[in-house]
Design a protein around this ligand. Structure first.
Ligand code: NAP
Length: 421
C-alpha cells in the first residue's frame, strides 16, 4: 500500500509518489535572515505536468538564491508567483540538486523513471517566441532561476523540474558531490567561455573575485583548464593555499586595501584621488601576484558595489568585465572614461544554457575540474548552512546538504528499491 509520507532517508519503491513530503519552507511572515526564514514542514507532493519531471532528491546544493528568497529581497518571489496564480503561498528553494527520476509528465521522452540525474538551475519556455528567435534562454524573457523564481526546488524530498534540466549523473560522483557544483560551475563557465571574443585563451590573465567562494573556486579551475592565468582575490590569507591548489597563479588579500564601495564623484577631487591611489595600489598587488605587469583581459565580477569601480579600472584595454551578481550591492559605479577611452566591455551574464550546463557536467565527469565540495550538512541544517553564507562565514567552495541520502559517500540508491506496479 502506498504510504502517505516517508521519513527523510527512507526511500519509497522507485516510482511510488507519496501524497505528502518533508520540505524546508520559506513563508512571507518569516522573511529575514536564513535561520528565521526557513522551517521544516510537511507539504503536499507536487505532480509533474506536461514536460515536467518529479525527482526524488538525494542531495541538494546551497546557493545564495535561497538567502535572497528568505529575505524577500531584492524580489519577493512568493508574492510574484501569487500574482501569477500560484496558490501555495510558500517557497521551497534549492537551485542545485541530484537525485532519481521518480515520475514523468505527459510528453517527456528523453528522461525515464529510475534515471540518476543532476539538475540544472535554469527554466524557460522552449516555445517562447524569443527562445525560438534567439535560441538562448539568457535572451528570453521566459527565463527563470529554478528553485528561486520557481517553486518546488531541491530542499524537499521531491522536486519539480522541466525535462531538459536533467543531466546524466557521472557515476563516479557521490550524491553530495553531484548536487553542489552546477549552478556556480555553469554560471562561471558562461562568464568565462560564453562571450566571444572575450573567452579565456591560453596565457590570458584573469582576475577572479571571491576566489575561495562557490563561483570563484569554479572560475579558477575553468580559467586554468583553458590555459589562462587566474589571479584570485580573497579577504583572508587562510584562503591562499586553497586558491593556489585549484590553479590560481597568485592571490591578493583585499582586506589590505580600503578604497572599496561607491566611486567618489569625479568633482570630489580629494576623494577621487584617494580612490585612485587605492585602485592603483590594488592593481600593483595584482601584477605582483601574476608575476608580470599586465592587466587582466577578463575580470570575473560578482561582488558588485564594492568592487565594480576597481574592476573596470583594472581591466585591460579592449578587455571585459563580466558580472553576474551584486553581493555587496547593486549600485555598480564606473568612471565612463575608462570604458570608452580604453574600449573595454562591461558584460552582464546570468545562468547558462543547456549546452553550457552540460559542458560543466562533462568537465567534472572527465576530472578536468572538481566540484569543490567543501562540506555536507543535514536536511535540518539547511537554515544554518545558509546563515553561514549570509554572514560570509561558510566553508570554501560549494556546500551540499543530504536530503534523502541517508549518509555521505553514496553513489547510488542505498538498496535496490523495488519498482512500483
Ligand atoms: P560565495 O560562495 O559566498 O562567494 C562569494 C565570495 O565573494 C565570498 O567568498 C567572498 O570572498 C567574496 N566577497 C563577499 N563580499 C565581498 C565584497 N564586498 N567584496 C569583494 N569580495 C566579496 O557566493 P557565490 O555562490 O560565489 O555567489 C556570489 C554572488 O554571485 C552572489 O551574489 C550570487 O547571488 C551571485 N550569483 C549569480 C548567479 C547568476 O546566474 N546571476 C549565479 C551564481 C551566483 P572573500 O571574502 O574571501 O573575498
Amino acid at each position: 500500500m502506498t504510504k502517505d509520507l516517508y521519513p527523510l532517508g527512507e526511500i519509497p519503491p522507485v516510482g511510488e509518489v507519496p501524497a505528502r513530503m518533508h520540505a524546508m519552507v520559506i513563508r512571507p511572515e518569516r522573511f529575514g535572515p536564513p535561520e528565521k526564514a526557513m522551517r521544516p514542514e510537511v507539504v503536499e507532493t507536487p505532480r509533474p505536468g506536461p514536460g515536467q519531471v518529479l525527482v526524488m532528491v538525494m542531495a541538494a546544493g546551497v546557493n545564495y538564491n535561497n538567502v535572497w528568497a528568505g529575505q524577500g529581497q531584492p524580489v519577493d518571489v512568493i508574492a510574484a508567483r501569487t500574482k501569477l496564480g500560484d496558490p501555495t503561498g510558500f517557497h521551497i528553494g534549492g537551485s542545485d540538486g541530484a537525485g532519481v527520476v521518480w515520475a514523468i509528465g505527459a510528453g517527456v521522452r528523453h528522461v525515464a523513471v529510475g534515471d540518476h540525474v543532476i539538475l540544472s538551475p535554469g527554466q524557460w519556455d522552449e516555445t517562447a517566441p524569443d527562445m525560438r528567435m534567439y535560441g538562448d534562454p539568457g535572451y528570453s524573457t521566459s527565463g527563470l532561476a529554478w528553485g528561486y523564481e520557481t517553486n518546488y526546488g531541491s530542499f524537499a524530498q521531491f522536486c519539480l523540474v522541466d525535462d531538459y534540466q536533467c543531466h546524466p549523473k557521472p557515476t563516479g560522483l557521490t550524491w553530495e558531490m553531484a548536487a553542489c557544483f552546477l549552478l556556480t560551475g555553469a554560471t562561471a563557465y558562461r562568464q568565462l567561455c560564453g562571450w566571444p571574443p572575450h573567452v579565456v585563451t591560453p596565457g590570458d590573465p584573469v582576475l577572479v573575485w571571491g576566489g575561495a567562494g562557490g563561483l570563484g573556486s569554479m572560475a579558477i579551475q575553468i580559467v586554468r583548464r583553458f590555459g589562462g592565468r587566474p589571479v584570485a582575490v580573497v579577504s583572508d590569507e587562510s584562503k591562499y593555499e586553497y586558491c593556489l591548489g585549484l590553479g590560481a597563479v597568485g592571490v591578493v588579500n583585499r582586506s589590505h586595501f580600503d578604497h572599496w564601495g561607491r566611486l567618489p564623484d569625479v568633482t570630489d577631487t580629494a576623494g577621487y584621488a584617494r580612490w585612485s591611489r587605492g585602485a592603483r595600489a590594488f592593481g600593483q598587488a595584482v601584477w605582483e601576484a601574476l608575476g608580470e605587469r599586465v592587466p587582466p583581459r577578463i575580470v570575473f565580477e560578482h561582488p558588485g558595489t564594492d568592487t565594480m569601480p576597481t574592476s573596470l579600472y583594472l581591466c585591460a584595454p579592449s578587455g571585459m568585465v563580466v558580472t553576474c551578481g551584486g553581493t555587496s550591492g547593486y549600485n555598480g559605479d564606473i568612471d565612463l572614461r575608462f570604458l570608452w577611452m580604453r574600449q573595454k566591455r562591461l558584460q552582464g551574464s546570468h545562468g547558462a544554457n543547456t549546452r553550457q550546463f552540460r559542458a560543466v557536467v562533462d568537465l567534472v565527469a572527465a576530472g578536468d575540474i572538481v566540484p569543490c565540495l567543501a562540506g555536507t550538512a543535514s536536511f535540518a541544517e539547511i537554515p544554518w548552512a545558509h546563515q553561514l553564507m549570509y554572514e560570509n562565514r561558510h566553508p570554501r567552495g560549494n556546500q551540499a546538504v543530504l536530503v534523502n541520502a541517508p549518509t555521505v559517500g553514496l553513489r547510488d540508491l542505498p538498496a535496490a528499491a523495488p519498482a512500483v506496479g
